[in-house]
Design a protein around this ligand. Structure first.
Ligand code: HEM
Length: 494
């Protein structure tokens, strides 16, 4: 198999125009630091990239330019600009800086690939995320959550960050692989952690050179990528062997709706990926399936875990909201009866939905969408030259007081006053937009509501340090809370 870490950019992709050297470019540009000046200090940029972008927007406006490592960047923050880049003019852009590093781990999976591969894979991979399949996943999500929460004892201090990560990994692994993935879970979690950390310095062009340094910190990156590829290849080989022995059936849901028990011989995402056919009857080869498996593991757990951890921290600062959520959880029949929920039941939970919407606004797990312009293009009146790096940022646009008064305040009720449909397009994009919109949006929302409600029904979580109930951020490839976010558990229900 060809491993992603060293694989060249596929020849079928559009050629990438070279990055723009700011000093040699004399076309019109939006204002910003480094226009005609020395550029931005890397240290300042890396110390707190979301904060840096927010300060730029406050100082220079909705469209800003700056240079980093000698290359031209444009930050576009107004809703119509976000909409322009992600939706209207999406054909003029490909995924940008951070994704080049992500590709070393995820290869040509859905998150990192480009046209024409993207369209073909996206069409095939939509099926496992169809609405009718979600009911089956809801049972697994609720069962995994129940197992996790049962070990949270009254009076104990629980590291909420790592526990949410373990829980969402367990859920994505069970729904994806259909086996109890615990035997591989530790290995996956360990290598994913390193990979995500090293993908990290997302916005820094030219980091690839450092990857070749003989320092353990850098060398751990290709090792983790290889390890992940090996686990995924092993899972695929096991599944192919099982299919040949005739034990992997198709057509039935992965979870038995009666018992909520997981049956590995039935259909799951991996079975679907292996069986997938496009209109011409072609399927995915093993390299492609491996890249998609790793893509779904990475994109399918870390984001959801982060937003759930933030939500618990925010809830501890908003007792009235927490009480409303607890009251709603106490009325959920699936929780009081201890059975698997239906999608309808979970999605009808109003307060849980508002808490999530607000957490996704303030702490958007995907806080930036880096792009590269393939051609000269104009977006909402801003001329973007071919080769420029373009950043739209959920973190910045979600904090714009024009759409979100008192933007730093955690206020789920704001969504009652001004629901998402009343906002301009592009103002609120936690799941991105256009043809690269999140594939797992409904999966994630369902899972996050189930976990939020199950916690609210059984437990009350308090920060161990009440003076700092909300942890500082450690923005990486995703918007993570710093540290383990320890919280003290009080059991509401046995
Ligand atoms: C709260 C949780 C989640 C958030 C906030 C989130 C957010 C996003 C965003 C913003 C993008 C677009 C990135 C860009 O345009 O640069 C994206 C893409 C994607 N997400 Fe999610 N995501 C979440 C959960 C999930 C889950 C659970 C899965 C899968 C099980 C998933 C799978 C994907 C995939 C495959 C893509 C690439 C889609 C494409 O380019 O066609 N995500 N996600």
């Amino acid at each position: 198999m060809v491993r992603a870490f060293t694989a060249p950019r596929p020849a079928s992709y559009a050629p990438l125009p070279p990055p723009i050297n700011r000093r040699r470019f004399d076309g019109p540009l939006p204002p910003g630091p480094g226009v005609g000046g020395p550029g931005v200090s890397l240290a300042r940029f890396l110390a707190d990239t979301p904060g840096f972008l927010l300060r730029l927007q406050r100082r220079y406006g909705d469209a800003v330019s700056f240079s980093l490592n000698g290359q031209l960047f444009l930050g576009l923050f107004a809703p119509e600009m976000v909409e322009g880049v992600l939706v209207r003019s999406s054909r003029s852009f490909v995924k940008g800086v951070g994704f080049e590093r992500m590709r070393k781990v995820l290869g040509e999976g859905l998150l990192t690939n480009e046209q024409p591969i993207h369209l073909r894979h996206r069409r095939m991979m939509q099926a496992p995320f169809h609405r009718e399949r979600l009911d089956g996943y809801a049972a697994t999500m609720a069962a995994s959550t129940q197992t996790e929460l049962a070990s949270w004892e009254d009076g104990a201090t629980v590291p909420v960050g790592p526990r949410m990560m373990a829980l969402t990994l367990d859920i994505v692994a069970r729904t994806l692989f259909g086996t109890d993935a615990r035997e591989h879970a530790d290995r996956i979690a360990h290598s994913m952690e390193i990979a995500i950390d090293r993908i990290e310095r997302t916005m820094l062009p030219g980091l690839d050179r450092l990857d070749r340094l003989p320092l353990p910190w850098f060398q751990a990156f290709p090792r983790a990528a290889d390890d992940l590829a090996e686990v995924a290849e092993q899972l695929i080989a096991e599944r192919r062997a099982a299919a040949e022995r005739g034990v992997a059936g198709h057509g039935a849901p992965a979870v038995d709706p009666e018992t909520a028990a997981f049956d590995p011989r039935r259909d799951d995402l991996l079975a679907l990926l292996l069986a997938m056919r496009d209109d011409d009857g072609g399927g995915l080869d093993d390299d492609e399936v491996r890249d998609e498996v790793l893509t779904l593991i990475l994109s399918g757990h870390e984001t959801t875990a982060n937003v759930l951890t933030w939500a618990q921290a925010y809830l501890a600062t908003a007792p009235e909201v927490r009480r409303a959520l607890e009251a709603e959880a106490d009325e959920q029949a699936w929780l009081t009866e201890g059975r698997a929920p239906s999608v309808e039941e979970v999605m009808a939970a109003d307060v849980a939905g508002l808490v999530l919407a607000e957490s996704l606004r303030l702490a958007p797990p995907v806080w930036v969408a880096p792009r590269r312009a393939l051609e000269d293009v104009e977006v909402a009146g801003v001329a973007i030259p071919a080769g420029a790096h373009v950043l739209v940022s959920q973190y910045v646009t979600h904090r714009d007081p024009r759409w979100f008064p008192e933007p730093e305040r955690f206020d789920p009720w704001r969504w009652r006053e001004r629901p998402e449909r009343d906002l301009p397009r592009g103002a609120y994009t936690p799941f991105g937009g256009g043809n690269r919109r999140c594939l797992g949006e409904h999966f994630a929302l369902l899972e996050a509501r189930i976990i939020l409600l199950a916690i609210a029904r059984q437990l009350r979580l308090e920060p161990t340090d009440p003076r700092h109930p909300v942890p500082p951020a450690q923005p990486r490839a995703t918007y993570r809370p710093r540290g383990r976010v320890p919280m003290r558990v009080t059991r509401r229900m046995a």
